[in-house]
Design a protein around this ligand. Sequence first.
Ligand SMILES: Cc1cc2nc3c(=O)[nH]c(=O)nc-3n(C[C@H](O)[C@H](O)[C@H](O)COP(=O)(O)OP(=O)(O)OC[C@H]3O[C@@H](n4cnc5c(N)ncnc54)[C@H](O)[C@@H]3O)c2cc1C
Length: 327
Amino acid sequence: MKRRAGATFSLSPRNGAAMLDALIIGAGPAGLTAALYLARYRRTVRVIHDGRSRLLWVPRSRNVPGFPDGIVGRDLVAKMSEHAELYGAEIEEGRVVGLAELGERGGFAARLTSGELVEARGVILATGVDTARARLDAGDHDSAVQAGTLRYCPICDGYEHRREKVAVLGSDKHGAAEAMFLRQYTSDVTLIPKAYVDLSDAQRAELADSDVKILEGQLTRLEARGEAVFVSLSGETSARRFDVIYPAFGSTPRSELAAMLGPVTDRNGCLPTSAYLDGLTPGVYAAGDVIEGLDQISVAIGHGAMAATRLHNWLRETDGHVMDARR
Ligand SMILES: Cc1cc2nc3c(=O)[nH]c(=O)nc-3n(C[C@H](O)[C@H](O)[C@H](O)COP(=O)(O)OP(=O)(O)OC[C@H]3O[C@@H](n4cnc5c(N)ncnc54)[C@H](O)[C@@H]3O)c2cc1C
């Protein structure tokens, strides 16, 4: 992985605050798991988050192991926060806008929008991704997500829509792949273009073979009403009703803080899969959706545990608290 020189801050933290062992940026399943592990390794840990975990959107997840009746995303965040705090992790809301190495002194400084500087020997970036949201012409976006009529993750909840009338919004390869994926749950899947269909003849043929319908008109109105979503297309007189719609507009990794330290992200802005194991630069690890891979709660939890353990062992090594294998 290529690296370039990172930024440095010359300011000191306010109130002469002591340097933390670990600063975790992000309070989703990745960051909160890392906080729990590090706190139980008896490290001083602070979690800073800007309240935008995607887990807070999840109406009820049914694929988190150990919760056969499902768990509401907000409740899982609350339970995971409580668990980490029980062992001494501090969790607080704030937005980190700068991250830099401290140079000679070692460690890192994070700058918050409030102007506060937080210093830590190690950092875990668990900053997730930004999902591109659908814009509704009528009805409330968040209520539709809670009602399960507007969905963003076929892997997470496609199972809930077996034998229903499902639409995928997005007419490129990405939308087509989601439509094909959802086809295993229901025979009624329709791909709807936002503006026009951007698929090759071969891709269209593949969709036709799988009985995925493609609508050719231009989307003019998207409305969430009660237990359904209604889609109007140019040239049509009445809206089409679907039980659920999956916008397939992709997401953007929140990797801007990693970029400030120098490590290079891939062309989609994702951090490399090795980031939870080998780190991005000594003392900095990443975990969860911000890393290239399967964007799932269980994966984020696994990354968080690994990143925390790697950081803990790196701190032990730095302090000479590991057995010298040569003796
Ligand atoms: C509608 C929906 C339903 C889903 N359903 C499921 C499901 O059923 N099962 C499943 O496994 N997965 C599901 N997912 C995916 C799951 O929510 C994510 O995989 C998971 O939340 C990723 O965890 P994370 O900790 O990596 O990131 P997130 O949970 O997104 O947390 C990122 C954290 O970083 C913080 N942050 C980022 N940048 C900064 C900054 N500069 N300063 C401060 N804080 C910052 C945010 O505030 C947030 O706390 C769903 C996602 C959506 C959108």
